[in-house]
Each structure stands twice: as structure tokens, then as C-alpha cells.
Design a protein around this ligand. Structure first.
Ligand code: C2O
Ligand code: CU
Length: 470
């Protein structure tokens, strides 16, 4: 039913109903808070219980670099796709139509939902064939910043433009009091002669993943411009959607507090001031941002080689922040709520080792976990709600952003020392030649993907599954 038909039907039902003695107050759909930076998708369901969206996956041209249109894969003609929003605990329904010439899926990165809605092709869960529509339906149990992308030929489809952000809003009482809530979807793309480069079988790409030559924020190369009111404070949500690039940010001229990560906002005692943020592929950060003086910026630090082949840091502005001296002063107080967040209890937890390895064969590099390359079957089975410490051993040089579907974990240790990451995560960076220990209680039953989020590694075998038995 189209929206107008649905409204008409609702109006008609309202007319034929006998007038009640006391009219209940009309149910106004509760407006979702505004998140700036991306075009929001329109909720097709007027009721307050359901957020309903429709998206078409299709080719289209997008303006990544000012004045230059590029052919891309898009959601509704956009890359990143439209911003999808829902309230925690609200039912979300997304009709996805595939108008590409190849199968695709939508994976909801970080959501602890039913495995049948997770957008992976496994067992009897198929991809969305060209011309078909699939309806994803789920109720996100956690508030936070999430994203979505295909889980077939992901190195090609994500690079070609298929990624978007999904915000699950917290209950109003837990939301920070801010002047603006902004999202920054950060990507890098490899443009060659104004075209998104074809899939590469270059050895460097197989070893380290594909690095782009054009940094994007919300689908554009140019930095965003942001005006802040005097005494203003904002919430910034950062998402790294690159194929392979670990991102490092600094904040000259700004005061930044890290207040959350993949799994949502933290209890106050974990929040902290930061000067630098490392954001692995797939991960998210929640920041509370204030301006120190008149100007500041969100600066991405990129490593490059200088003329002597020495590695140098090149700062690239992703957002320029300016004080709007004419605006009224802000009375927002920032992030003051104290959301509960329980970390897995690791006392007496089982342990499971995942060791990274690689072989260089006739058709290039194959990446493996415990000596197996996807789609080789996994024999890893755990019980639901039983905590497990996972030790990811990476004895080789390249780094791996390690991602678990459908669960959150806490990061315990790096090479035996307490880890610096706080809160709940679904992605953790395992640097070359290091071992990382994480803990999860596998709260969500089903057979879930566990993989490296460098998409060239994942597609070259570095994926496995864990079966969580209720
Ligand atoms: Cu963004 Cu299998 O993940
Ligand atoms: Cu990897």
C-alpha cells in the first residue's frame, strides 16, 4: 500500500467508528531526532511502532569529487545510501529491491538481530537476485551508530558505493543534550581517470587490502563546513566504511570527549578526553565535541612517503568548524546521562583461539582462520549466554580489523597488556605480529560470521562461522 492509500484507509476507519464518549488523545508519530550529514530515508509507516523504509540498489552517478560525476553502485541513487533511523526496540522494516545485474544483500553491521535478517548468504539463506525484493524486518535491541553494506562480493560492491549508516536512537532520557547530532561516514575510494577502479588482483591489494586515493566524508571529497554556536556542544558519530584503511583522526582547535563506540554510549566513568582517535575499518566512535576558540577541524592523518622515501604524516581536513559569533549562546549540557552497560563476565570463561595464516598459491594469497579458508566449514560451536574469551593470534605482518556478527564483545588485552578500548564492540583491530584477547557471552543464537573486515582479506578466505546454540 502506498503511503497515501494507507493514510486514506486509516482516515476511513476513523470515520466509520462510532464516536466514543471520551476521545483518546490522538497518537502523533514521534519524530526522530535529527541527525545531520546524510539525507534521511522517509518512514513509510505512519504508526509509532514501525519504521518502514524502501531502498533500491542500482547503478547511478554520484558526485564524489566536486564537479565530477562517477558511475557507482547506489542505494536510491546515493552513496552513502539514505540515513536509516529507528528507535531502540521499535520494529524496522526495509524493502530492498535489487536493480543491479548481480546478486546483493544488506548486512546490518553491529545489530544483534535474528540471523535470518543478517544479510549473509549461508545455508538456505539466499542473496537477493537481480530484479527481486527482500524485506528485512527486525527490532534493534541496542541504541547506537551502525551501518549497512552488502555481504556478497563485498570488496567490489562496497567499494563501488554500497554502504550507508543506520542510527538506532536511545530513549530520550539517555540522549545527550547537544546543539547538533551529526554523522560522518568516512571512506576512501580508488579513482582512476574519474572511474572507480576495477577489482584488482595486485599482490599488495591481496596483502593489505585496497587503499583509495580519494578520501570521502559523507560521499564527498571536500571537507564538511560546520558552524558552532558560542558554548556549543555537538554529538559526532564517526563510521569507517573503507575497504581496508585504518583511520586516524586528530582534532586541532576542538575539545573532544570519547563517549561511546560500536555498542552505543558509555557510562560516564568510561568517557574520556582524547586528542587522537584510531578508527578501524567497520568501527564507530561517538564523540562529544566543543570548540576551543574560533576555529577547529576534524583532521584525518594519512601516512605518505616524502621525496626521500621517509614516511610522513599528511593531515587532511574532513570537517572545518567555525564559531558562529552571531548565534545565541548554547545552553546544551552535552552527554550527562549514565546508560548501563554490562561487560561479559570473564571469570571461568572458556577460551577459543583463532590464528591468522596465509598462503601464496597459484591464484594469489589465501587468508585463513585456524587453517581454513571460507567457505570451508567451521566446527566452532558454543552455548548461548556462556562467556568465551577469544584470542586472535596474528603472527603475520598485515593488520586485521576482526569482526563478529550478531554479538558484542569487550576488548581485554593486547599482547598481554590491558587493552585501551572501552565499552562494547563488534570490531577490533589486530595489528601485525600481535595477539588480542576479547570476551563475549554469545547472547544471540544462530550461526554467525566471524571475519576480517578488510574486504579483500574476507573475500580471499578470512571468514569463518560460530554456531551459537540456544
Ligand atoms: Cu560489516 Cu560481515 O560485516
Ligand atoms: Cu584481514
Amino acid at each position: 500500500m502506498t503511503r497515501s492509500l494507507l493514510l486514506l484507509a486509516l482516515l476511513l476507519t476513523a470515520c466509520v467508528e462510532p464516536a466514543a464518549e471520551e476521545e483518546p488523545p490522538p497518537v502523533e508519530p514521534q519524530a526522530l531526532p535529527t541527525v545531520q550529514g546524510l539525507q534521511p530515508s522517509v518512514d513509510l509507516d505512519p504508526s509509532d511502532d514501525v519504521a518502514e523504509y524502501a531502498m533500491t540498489v542500482r547503478e547511478g552517478s554520484v558526485e564524489l569529487v566536486a564537479g565530477q560525476m562517477v558511475e557507482a553502485f547506489t542505494y536510491d541513487g546515493m552513496s552513502p545510501g539514505p540515513l536509516l533511523q529507528v528507535r531502540r526496540g521499535q520494529l524496522m522494516r526495509v524493502h530492498v529491491t535489487n536493480d543491479l545485474d548481480e546478486p546483493t544483500t544488506v548486512h546490518w553491521h553491529g545489530l544483534r538481530i535474528d540471523v535470518a535478517m543478517d544479510g549473509v548468504v549461508m545455508g538456505n539463506i539466499p542473496a537477493i537476485a537481480p530484479g527481486d525484493t527482500f524485506v528485512y524486518e527486525f527490532t534493534p535491541p541496542d541504541a547506537g551508530t551502525f551501518w549497512f553494506h552488502p555481504h556478497v562480493r563485498s570488496n567490489v560492491q562496497v567499494e563501488a558505493g554500497l554502504y550507508g549508516a543506520l542510527v538506532v536512537h536511545e530513549d530520550a532520557a539517555l540522549a545527550p543534550s547537544v546543539d547538533a547530532d551529526r554523522i560522518f561516514v568516512l571512506d576512501d575510494v580508488l579513482l582512476e581517470d574519474g572511474v572507480i577502479a576495477e577489482e584488482s588482483s595486485n599482490h599488495m591489494v591481496q596483502m593489505h587490502g585496497r587503499f583509495g586515493n580519494t578520501l570521502l566524508v559523507n560521499g564527498q571529497e571536500d571537507p564538511l563546513s560546520i558552524d558552532l554556536r558560542p558554548d556549543g556542544v555537538e554529538r559526532w558519530r564517526l563510521v569507517n566504511t573503507a575497504n581496508a584503511r585504518t583511520m586516524v583522526f586528530r582534532f586541532p582547535g576542538l575539545s573532544v570527549r570519547e563517549v561511546g563506540a560500536d555498542g552505543g554510549l558509555w557510562p560516564q566513568e568510561w568517557t574520556r578526553s582524547i586528542d587522537e582517535l584510531t578508527l578501524p575499518v567497520g568501527a564507530r566512535a561517538e564523540l562529544e565535541v566543543r570548540l576551543d576558540g574560533d576555529e577547529g577541524s576534524l583532521e584525518q592523518v594519512v601516512l605518505a612517503l616524502d621525496a626521500n622515501n621517509d614516511v610522513i604524516e599528511v593531515p587532511v581536513d574532513r570537517a572545518l568548524v567555525t564559531l558562529d559569533g552571531d548565534a545565541a549562546a548554547s545552553d546544551a549540557s552535552g552527554f550527562t546521562a549514565d546508560p548501563p552497560m554490562a561487560l561479559p563476565d570473564v571469570d571461568g570463561a572458556d577460551e577459543h583461539v583463532l590464528a591468522v595464516s596465509a598462503v601464496n598459491g597459484a591464484d594469489g594469497v589465501t587468508w585463513m582462520l585456524n587453517g581454513r579458508a571460507w567457505p570451508e566449514a567451521s566446527d566452532w560451536v558454543v552455548d548461548q549466554n556462556v562467556p568465551v574469551i577469544i584470542e586472535v593470534q596474528n603472527d603475520l605482518g598485515p593488520e586485521h580489523p576482526f569482526h563478529v556478527h550478531g554479538q558484542f564483545f569487550s576488548v581485554l588485552e593486547r599482547d598481554g597488556a590491558p587493552a585501551d578500548e572501552r565499552g562494547l564492540r563488534d570490531t577490533v583491530l589486530v595489528r601485525g605480529g600481535t595477539t588480542v584477547r576479547i570476551a563475549t557471552d554469545f547472547s544471540n543464537p544462530g550461526t554467525w560470521m566471524v571475519h576480517c573486515h578488510i574486504l579483500e582479506h574476507a573475500e580471499r578466505g578470512m571468514m569463518t562461522t560460530v554456531e551459537v546454540v540456544p
